[in-house]
Design a binder for this molecule. Structure first.
Ligand SMILES: Nc1nc2c(ncn2[C@@H]2O[C@H](COP(=O)(O)OP(=O)(O)O)[C@@H](O)[C@H]2O)c(=O)[nH]1
Ligand SMILES: [Mg+2]
Ligand SMILES: [Zn+2]
Length: 361
């Protein structure tokens, strides 16, 4: 018996429509990212550099081609020539700076950031507070390591899934790092690995179960990071800084930048880029107490759950929110164990939050 017929035609059309919609979303994001103002010409002494970290109100920019100094302590004004966004400068940005000929309390020359290049990748979140604002945490890194811990505190999959969406939106390659494996008794190890099966199996994501404390699987993690730039992000207390200590050369780590903090009276709340031995770099970031995805709408949400796609074409309704609709093939796949129920729960939770956040309600 064959199942082809008018029904199949319909499904193919749904599929088409779905793909077209996700294509539109992609294109829109592309447009937002590449939107630029017409630039004014830069002065001839302008240098190209990268933002390394912030020091109080200043940005530390590395511009090795400058000759006299590699590092510049920079100011930025709201009138910077940059693509539109709420975050005009962040760690990782490629910028053009103009030295002003004076020195700073940090022992490095002073400069002004004049221009920012468009961001190749970015991790954005909704800024803390009531205002609907985008905060770009870090730009231009290759990968996002979503760092959680097996225990103390135990990982939260809703958070992991929000990070995965943000990585997708910002063109970052995600990987999951589960630290503090040493706190898991031997008899619960298999269960821990199994709990991440949906990520490595269904989504093909690297998952490293490690311990910064004992060094377990740190070499494997190093292999995943080598030669690439990676932002480590996750809740505070999961061991991001400990992992960076385990992965990098102490002499480099406590070098130039931390000395700057001691000289100045400022502390940083921004991310910091650290070279990784064997090539590549790591970006440590302060723990984010909240991580809400910036700009998410109901129609685009299913797109970020790639494992729904083979089933969603079979839903009776199109579009289907995969929530209350009868004949929902995604829901059915969850019931049959073909889609991870935890991932589906993340989806429903986000769907509900989008509704709550909708100002039209
Ligand atoms: N048992 C255990 N504790 C760890 C491990 N890694 C970090 N910690 C501890 O967890 C706490 C937070 O670590 P930290 O690196 O500051 O976390 P961060 O806030 O994510 O940077 C510290 O007390 C660390 O000693 C680990 O692999 N196993
Ligand atoms: Mg830390
Ligand atoms: Zn459905």
């Amino acid at each position: 018996m064959t199942t082809s017929g008018p029904d199949d035609e319909l499904h193919r059309e749904d599929d088409e429509a779905y793909r077209a919609r996700t294509r539109d979303i992609r294109k829109r994001q592309e447009r937002v990212r590449t939107r630029r103002k017409e630039g004014k010409p830069l002065p001839s002494n302008a240098l190209e550099g990268a933002v390394v970290t912030s020091i109080g109100p200043y940005w530390l920019v590395s511009a090795p081609q400058g000759g006299s100094s590699d590092l510049y302590v920079c100011t930025v004004s709201g009138t910077i020539d940059s693509p539109e966004t709420d975050t005009i400068v962040t760690v990782g940005d490629a910028v053009w700076i103009v030295p002003d000929g004076t020195d700073t309390e940090f022992g490095h020359p002073s400069a002004h950031i004049e221009k920012r290049e468009e961001r190749r990748t970015l991790l954005s979140r909704r800024a803390a507070g009531r205002a609907q604002k985008e905060q770009v945490v870090v730009s231009n890194v290759d990968q996002l390591a979503i760092v959680v811990s097996a225990r103390e505190p135990q990982y939260n999959k809703r958070l992991i899934d929000r990070y995965l969406i943000a990585a997708d939106k910002g063109d970052l390659d995600p990987l999951i790092v589960v630290n503090k494996a040493d706190l898991v008794p031997d008899e619960e190890r298999a269960e821990l690995v199994e709990d991440f099966a949906a990520y490595w199996d269904d989504l093909d994501l690297p998952v490293a179960i490690v311990s910064a404390e004992t060094g377990e699987n740190i070499a494997d993690l190093h292999a995943l990071l080598a030669g690439r730039s990676t932002l480590l992000s996750g809740p505070s207390g999961v061991g991001k800084s400990s992992l960076i200590n385990a992965l990098t050369d102490a002499r480099v780590r406590v070098g130039a930048i931390s000395q700057l903090y001691r000289k100045g009276r400022h502390t940083t709340t921004a991310a910091t880029m650290i070279p990784l031995d064997g090539g590549g770099s790591l970006v440590d970031s302060p723990g984010l107490r909240e991580f809400a995805v910036w700009e998410l709408d109901k129609e685009e949400l299913p797109y970020y759950f790639a494992e729904f796609e083979p089933f969603s074409a079979e839903c009776r309704f199109a579009p289907c929110s995969h929530d209350h609709e009868p004949g929902c093939a995604v829901k059915e796949a969850v019931e049959q164990g073909k889609i991870d129920p935890e991932r589906y729960l993340s989806y429903l939770t986000l769907l509900e939050q989008i509704d709550e956040d909708d100002p039209r309600r």
